[in-house]
Design a protein around this ligand. Structure first.
Ligand SMILES: [Zn+2]
Ligand SMILES: [Zn+2]
Length: 162
C-alpha cells in the first residue's frame, strides 16, 4: 500500500500509523498498544493520568493537614495521642480520592445547566466521596503503579528487535 517504514525498525514496512503523531509502525510495534501509539505518544497519553493522580495526592495531603489544624484548635495537641483522631484525619484525606473516582465515572454530573441541580449534585458527590474514598484510594494507588509499570514495559518493546 504505502512505502512508509516503521519508525523503530527501518527494515520493516509500516502496517499502521500512530494515532497521536502519524509515525509509521510495523505490525509488532502496532500491537503494543490499542489504539496504536508510538512510544512517545504512549507516554504522553498517560501524562494526564499521572497529573490527575499527583493533584489528588496534594489535595488529600492538604485535607489531612487542615483536619489536623482544626483538631489542634478545637481539641488541642492532645488529640494526636488518640487513634480516633488519626483515623478521622485519614478518612478526611480519602475524600479527594473518592471525588476523583466519582468524577471519572460521571463527568457529566458537573455540567448541569441548572444551578440548583449543580449544587445538589455537588453535595451528593461530596457525601458519596466520603464513602467511596476509603474503598478506592488503595485501588487508585495500585492502578497508577500498574500503569507506570505497563508503560515502561511497553516502551521497552519498541526498542527490542522482535
Ligand atoms: Zn506518536
Ligand atoms: Zn516496528
Amino acid at each position: 500500500m504505502s512505502k512508509m517504514k516503521c519508525f523503530y525498525h527501518n527494515e520493516r514496512e509500516a502496517t499502521c500509523t500512530c494515532v497521536g503523531c502519524g509515525k509509521g509502525l510495523c505490525s509488532p510495534c502496532g500491537s503494543i498498544s490499542k489504539p496504536q501509539r508510538c512510544a512517545d505518544c504512549l507516554t504522553e497519553a498517560n501524562r494526564k493520568e499521572y497529573n490527575s493522580f499527583l493533584y489528588t495526592a496534594i489535595v488529600s495531603a492538604f485535607f489531612f493537614f487542615i483536619t489536623a489544624m482544626i483538631l489542634v484548635f478545637t481539641v488541642g495537641v492532645s488529640a494526636f495521642r488518640s487513634p480516633m483522631w488519626w483515623f478521622l484525619m485519614a478518612v478526611v484525606a480519602t475524600i479527594p480520592w473518592g471525588w476523583r473516582f466519582l468524577h471519572s465515572l460521571f463527568p457529566v454530573f458537573f455540567l448541569s445547566t441548572s444551578i440548583l441541580l449543580m449544587i445538589l449534585a455537588l453535595i451528593f458527590t461530596a457525601l458519596l466521596s466520603f464513602f467511596a474514598g476509603i474503598v478506592v484510594m488503595p485501588w487508585q494507588i495500585f492502578s497508577i503503579i500498574r500503569l507506570y509499570a505497563r508503560t515502561r514495559a511497553a516502551r521497552k518493546r519498541f526498542f527490542e528487535s522482535t
